[in-house]
Design a protein around this ligand. Structure first.
Ligand SMILES: [Fe+2]
Length: 324
């Protein structure tokens, strides 16, 4: 059984990255902009060859690439989609990304894909269900998966854990890494009335591989995670707080609607540098050691145990073989 905690610990800090969007392909090839890395939406390249794949391969020769998925549906009660995973693994073997990520969510049932990142109940039952599935996925992909906290607009009355507690338990059970989307924390905190800083305080820095920031739409009594505008000042402030807690992590600015020219997108990303100080106003270094960041109840040794049963793996192996 692989030890994914040690794999996650070895993942690099890539610096400041942007989402790779087709309207920027030519600009990137021609100008080789000073961007540290690019994140692709995995599904955009899994089924298509042709020009998009060719441009991705050219850009991947110049920049580190991270694969970010939106359709794994790790929280669904559907069986794992091994035809999807097979294509995901094939793309990863071709592009050789620094890592592969997806969301803590489900996207559909009964073969239907809603193309929405739907929230999961935070219960012991769903934790075991998702942990088992995540272990299977990691074994199949032969790499750790980096799981992102989604934004959400409803919660389940029967949840017994907080979202941040659920994520930490998921890391303990599977050795996965976390993609901390600071905008999503802010959006969900506003929509559900929890303390965004308490959320960030609870997440162990060593489990975080990457962060996201993005723009959102404030609708008065709720916020929608639109990714179609500049980052809100409140999110920058929360990012600054998270950066002091987490230390240097790969950072990516998401922008998926009303996508601006490349220079404008890049300029918004560069704003992050002014929020990356790890010193307080008295000049004292705030970059905290792991001992200070880890919750007292959190034991990294727990990462070493991988709880998926051999029987479940055997079943997955049979499925993979039958679908090959
Ligand atoms: Fe995100």
């Amino acid at each position: 059984m692989s030890n994914y905690f040690s794999d996650v610990a070895c993942l690099p800090d890539l610096g400041l990255g942007l989402g790779l969007r087709s309207q920027h392909f030519n600009h990137i090839i021609e100008h080789e902009p000073d961007v540290d890395w690019f994140e692709i939406i995995s599904e955009n390249f899994m089924d298509s060859g042709g020009r998009p794949k060719y441009m991705l391969e050219r850009i991947a020769e110049q920049y580190p690439i991270v694969m970010h998925g939106v359709s794994m549906s790790i929280g669904s009660s559907n069986p794992l989609d091994f035809s999807y995973l097979k294509k995901l693994k094939k793309l990863a073997n071709e592009i050789k990304p620094a890592w592969v990520s997806d969301h803590l969510c489900w996207t559909g049932v009964l073969g239907m894909n809603t193309h929405d990142l739907l929230p999961v109940p935070f219960t012991e039952e769903s934790l075991k269900h998702i942990s088992d599935r995540l272990n299977l996925v990691q074994e199949y992909l032969e790499r750790p998966l980096i799981i992102e906290n989604p934004s959400s607009y409803l919660t389940f009355a029967h949840s017994t854990l907080q979202e941040w507690e659920f994520l930490v338990e998921l890391v303990k059970n599977t050795g996965c890494g976390l993609l901390l989307d600071v905008n999503n924390v802010y959006v969900s905190a506003f929509n559900h009335g929890f303390d965004s800083k308490r959320y960030i305080d609870y997440i162990p820095a060593e489990s975080v591989v990457q962060m996201h920031i993005a723009g959102h739409q404030h609708c008065g009594n709720h916020i929608i995670d639109t990714h179609d505008r500049e980052v809100d000042q409140n999110v920058w402030d929360l990012f600054s707080y998270a950066w002091k807690k987490m230390g240097d992590k790969s950072l990516l600015l998401e922008w998926d609607g009303n996508i601006p020219p490349f220079e404008e997108y890049h300029a918004e990303l560069k704003k992050a540098e002014q929020y990356m100080s790890t010193f307080n106003n008295n000049g004292e270094e705030l970059l905290v050691s792991l001992d200070k960041t880890v919750d007292s109840s959190y034991n990294s040794i727990d990462f070493m145990s991988n709880k998926v049963s051999k029987e479940v793996l055997f079943e997955a192996d049979k499925k993979e073989k039958s679908w090959n």
